[in-house]
Ligand binder design. Structure first.
Ligand code: AP5
Ligand code: ZN
Length: 216
């Protein structure tokens, strides 16, 4: 199974990706997660990426494509994968298409997660992420048992730097400008499938399962 999750910041891509990856036993490849790990570890890549991320701007295509090429060469990604947050620009989508042609591995589907702007702003400004294990919670929609403490590992739940409201609004604008054109790109290739991404996490997950059962 080779799938892309497309949708604005806060659409619930990361939340659903974890479930899909487990169900289909494919790696969940989140360019945002890889970048944040590099920032945490203070690598050269992380230092380069941080300024863009903190401002809610996109990291340059060549940096992202280099990173994805390395990730796709790992043994767990030889057959299937689930991309979350990649591609995000038409040049990234074209480069991925070329790479997959070379590998003889066409995509099965691009799932477009549809949520309105008000809802994503609420989801993002209320999101809290575990500093230690990366688990994601929400102050209202999915609160932890003890405020500020990760249910899974006891680590500290913090707000992502780019979840401050002004940065969120810029990320949404960047999405509209740079990533929305991918909808047409994949529609033209017959790959785009719409997912109504409001409702409970389980409800959205069931809608996704129904589509994936159909394309698998
Ligand atoms: P990235 O990490 O990819 O962020 P994003 O696309 O903005 O997506 P998010 O992680 O914010 O949202 P999500 O859709 O995963 O939502 P989640 O499931 O957490 O990118 C960050 C930055 O890295 C970019 O700005 C850029 O700088 C850089 N970058 C990354 N990839 C790049 C690329 N390819 N090219 C260039 N630059 C790149 O859910 C959100 C909240 O809602 C959570 O609190 C969750 O609990 C809650 N929630 C989820 N589902 C539901 C539901 N059904 N009902 C109620 N609440 C829900
Ligand atoms: Zn944790």
């Amino acid at each position: 199974m080779r799938v892309i999750l497309l949708g604005p910041p806060g659409a619930g891509k990361g939340t659903q990706a974890g479930r899909i990856a487990a169900t289909y036993a494919i790696p969940h490849i989140s360019t945002g997660d890889i970048l944040r790990a590099n920032v945490r570890e203070g690598t050269e890549l992380g230092k380069q990426a941080r300024t863009y991320m903190d401002a809610g701007e996109l990291v340059p295509d060549d940096v992202i494509l280099g990173m994805v090429g390395i990730r796709l060469a790992e043994p767990d990604a030889t057959e299937g994968f689930l991309f979350d947050g990649f591609p995000r620009t038409v040049p990234q989508a074209e480069a991925l298409e070329q790479l997959l042609i070379e590998r003889g591995q066409p995509l099965d589907a691009v799932l477009r997660m549809i949520v309105d702007t008000r809802e994503v702003v609420q989801r993002l400004t209320g999101r809290r992420t575990c500093r230690a294990c990366g688990a994601v919670k929400h102050m209202v929609y999915d609160p932890p048992e003890v405020e500020g403490v990760c249910d899974k590992c006891g680590g500290e739940l913090v707000q992502r730097d780019d979840d401050a409201e002004d940065v969120v609004l810029n990320r949404l604008e960047v999405y509209r400008r740079s990533t929305e054109p991918l909808e047409e790109f994949y529609w033209g290739r017959g790959l785009l499938r719409d997912v109504e991404a409001v409702g409970s996490v389980d409800e959205v997950g069931e809608r996704i399962d129904a589509i994936l059962r159909d394309v698998a």
